[in-house]
Design a protein. Structure first.
Length: 291
C-alpha cells in the first residue's frame, strides 16, 4: 500500500533535553495527558557525545518511541542560545489531512513502529519573547506515508488503509511552558507524492489559530533513513526533494523550516527548532512559504 542518509551533524543547538513531568490541564484530563514534556529542560543540562561506534550512521534505532531508553540523559538544545532574530517563519497550508480534535499528550505514536524521534519546538512571538501558554498541534504520516484520523479527504490521506480513519497515530497537542518550549515523542515520518518529508505544526491561542507552519528534514538525512532503516527502506526513496516540494518550491531560504537533528546513544533521533510565530490574530500576517 506504500505511497510514497548522511546524518546532519549538530552542535549545542541540535540536541534535545529529557522531557517529563505533569502540568495542569483541562478539566477531566489525566496526568499523563497533560504532561507538557518540558519539566526537565534546564540550562544546567550538558551535552553528551554520540557513540558512533555503537550507532554508526546507518544504525538508527527501531521499535518506535519505546526504544528511547536513554531519554533521561538527552540534553537541552536551547540552553544558552537566543532566538537569533524575530522574523516570522513563513506560513503554509494546513493541508487536507487535518482533524477537528487532537489528543493532549507527549507520545503521539500510539505504539506504531519507526525510527524514534524526540521533537522539541521553541516558540517566540513577533516581539522576540517566549510564547508561553500556546497550544501547539502537530501531525504527520506514519512510515508508509499514511495519515490517521477523520480527515476531510480520505482518498488522499489514507491511501488503501481502511483502518486509518479510526486511528489517531502521530497526532497530538501540548501547551508551551514559560520558555515557549514543547516536546513530543514520535517517529520519523514517511512520504507521499509531491511532498518532501515533513511535520505539520499549528499554533493556537485562546482557541484561535494564529500560525500554521511545517518543519522539514535535510535531504541527505532522509536519503539515509529510507536507504537503511528497516521500517522505511521497503517503501523506496522519496521522489520529492526539498527543492521540488509542493510547499517549499521557490522558497529562497529553507533554513528556518529545517530541523536540527542529532543521534543519541540509544539510536533515537533528537530534532529541534525555534520558530517565531504571530502573537495574536492582530499581528502582521506571516509571509506564505514559496511566495
Amino acid at each position: 500500500m506504500s505511497r510514497r542518509g548522511l546524518l546532519r551533524a549538530a552542535g549545542a543547538t541540535a540536541l534535545l533535553a529529557a522531557c517529563g513531568g505533569n502540568k495542569a490541564g483541562p478539566t477531566g484530563a489525566s496526568a499523563s495527558d497533560t504532561d507538557t514534556g518540558t519539566d526537565a529542560l534546564t540550562d544546567a543540562d550538558t551535552l553528551t557525545d554520540v557513540d558512533t561506534a555503537a550507532h554508526p550512521p546507518a544504525g538508527w534505532a527501531s521499535g518506535g518511541t519505546a526504544a528511547m531508553t536513554g531519554k533521561a540523559s538527552y540534553p537541552d538544545p536551547f540552553a544558552g542560545s537566543s532566538v537569533g532574530g524575530c522574523a516570522l517563519v513563513c506560513a503554509t497550508t494546513d493541508g487536507p489531512c487535518t482533524t477537528e480534535a487532537s489528543p493532549l499528550r507527549v507520545d503521539v505514536s500510539e505504539g506504531k513502529p519507526g525510527l524514534p524521534v524526540r521533537l522539541l519546538l521553541r516558540l517566540w512571538d513577533d516581539g522576540c519573547a517566549p510564547l508561553a501558554g500556546a497550544e501547539v498541534w502537530i501531525w504527520h504520516t506514519d512510515s508508509r506515508g499514511v495519515y490517521s484520523g477523520p480527515t476531510p479527504d480520505p482518498p488522499r490521506c489514507y491511501g488503501a488503509d481502511p483502518a486509518a480513519p479510526e486511528a489517531n497515530y502521530f497526532r497530538g497537542r501540548q501547551l508551551t511552558d514559560e520558555a515557549g518550549r514543547v516536546a513530543f515523542d514520535t517517529c520519523f515520518p514517511g512520504f507521499y507524492p509531491s511532498r518532501a518529508v515533513h511535520i505539520h505544526v499549528q499554533v493556537r491561542l485562546a482557541d484561535a489559530t494564529v500560525h500554521t507552519a511545517q518543519v522539514f528534514f535535510d535531504d541527505p538525512l532522509v536519503t539515509e533513513v529510507f536507504d537503511a532503516h528497516p521500517d522505511y527502506s521497503p517503501h523506496g526513496q522519496p521522489k520529492t526533494k526539498l527543492d521540488r516540494d509542493g510547499v517549499l518550491a521557490g522558497e529562497p531560504d529553507r533554513g528556518p523550516m529545517l530541523l536540527q537533528v542529532a543521534k543519541m546513544n540509544d539510536g533515537a533521533m533528537l530534532a529541534s527548532k525555534t520558530l517565531t510565530v504571530r502573537s495574536s490574530l492582530l499581528a502582521a500576517d506571516p509571509r506564505i512559504c514559496g511566495g
